[in-house]
Design a protein around this ligand. Structure first.
Ligand code: ATP
Ligand code: BTN
Length: 321
């Protein structure tokens, strides 16, 4: 299926004969494959008698060859999937079946991409990046303090390298451009924290997505919208790998405190009035930054400084800020 999409990805006309010859199938089989592709991948296809088939517009596909070369430099194994439920769920399965970390899972599409707190992450095929890196945690979970913020910083720098301007960070690890969400990160821990455990670092980046079949209940943007051109997904995935390697190595060597200033310099809401939802209560305060472990520092009413950390927290900007 992907071979067919790859042939058509340039957006030019390809005759049924040509597609059939390359794939080793009949012209009628090509037609059936194309119909399936349209349904499964939600792509628009034109069929013009005498000229053949073409996609409504070019698309950018991932490349095993290009990504595995970069990952090999870091000793990270690549698993490239066409479709999975979730690259994070696939990571859990690979670990359970004895796959040794470090490894990366990339997928063209996800059928049940997950966001924080069990929410759904819109993951249409062949349009965005769904990336999971799995690392073994050797010095206990305390060494992970601030890691999720550092991953946000790494993804932000990869986006800048791809030409995205006006992007910044929202605590703890969301990336926004022009006030709209462009990327999200989901860190999960598995195993016994006192013994062998792994951190599963899931990254979703909106790259070329034009619309989503799944409702997205917040403003969102894409790399394509930000740079004004179709983005090369394979290249961006490589930028993410290189940036992650650099930032995670710095974090492992020096801890979050060495990256705290850089994180704060990219914090979109630094010095702004925010409200933090903790599940049971709402805390209003001025965001003064993060501490040496990556916890949120809020100056709450009465000028008292309070620190917050944990996966269930959600920060919102106050409109009068
Ligand atoms: P916070 O967790 O701080 O409240 P958030 O509002 O972004 O931030 P998350 O749980 O991190 O919430 O992310 C899930 C949200 O992201 C859901 O509201 C969902 O509608 C939205 N969402 C789903 N897919 C995408 C996507 N591809 N791009 C942007 N947002 C998305
Ligand atoms: C968020 O809610 O902001 C986090 C979104 C994380 C989405 C990515 S896509 C790759 C990985 N696999 C998943 O199922 N989720 C993460």
């Amino acid at each position: 299926m992907n071979n067919l999409l790859r042939l058509l990805s340039d957006g030019c006309f390809h005759s049924g004969e040509e597609l059939g010859a390359v794939l080793g199938v009949s012209r009628s089989a090509v037609w059936k494959h194309l119909q399936r592709l349209e349904g499964e991948c939600d792509i628009e296809l034109f069929r013009v008698p005498g000229r053949g088939y073409r996609l409504a517009e070019p698309i950018s596909l991932l490349s095993y060859e290009e990504s595995s070369v970069v990952l090999a430099r870091f000793g990270w194994q690549l698993y490239l999937r066409e479709t999975v439920d979730s690259t994070n769920a696939e990571a859990f399965r690979l670990l359970q079946s004895g796959t040794a970390a470090p490894f990366v899972i990339l997928a063209e599409g996800q059928t049940a991409g997950r966001g924080r707190r069990g929410r759904l992450w819109a993951s249409p095929p062949a349009q965005n990046i769904y990336y999971t890196l799995v690392l073994k945690v050797s010095d206990g979970p305390q060494g992970l303090s601030g890691l999720s913020l550092v991953v946000g910083l790494a993804v932000l720098q990869a986006l800048r390298r791809a030409g995205v301007r006006n992007a910044g960070l929202k605590w703890p690890n969301d990336i926004y451009a022009d006030g709209k969400k462009i990327a999200g990160i989901l860190l999960e821990l598995t195993g016994d924290p006192a013994d062998v455990c792994h951190v599963i670092i899931g990254i979703g980046i909106n790259v070329n997505m034009a619309a989503s079949a799944v409702e997205i209940d917040q403003p969102w943007t894409t790399v394509r919208a930000q740079i004004g051109a179709l983005a090369n997904r394979s290249e961006l995935a490589n930028f993410v790998s290189e940036s992650l390697h650099l930032y995670i190595s710095r974090h492992a060597e020096h801890g979050f405190s060495a990256l705290r200033d850089e994180w704060e310099a990219n914090n979109l809401w630094q010095g702004k009035l925010c409200t933090l939802s903790t599940g049971s209560q709402q805390v209003k305060g001025l965001m003064i930054g993060v501490n040496e472990l990556g916890a949120l520092r809020l100056l709450v009413e009465g000028q008292e400084e309070q620190h917050f950390s944990g996966g269930e927290l959600s920060l919102r900007l106050d409109h009068d800020s």
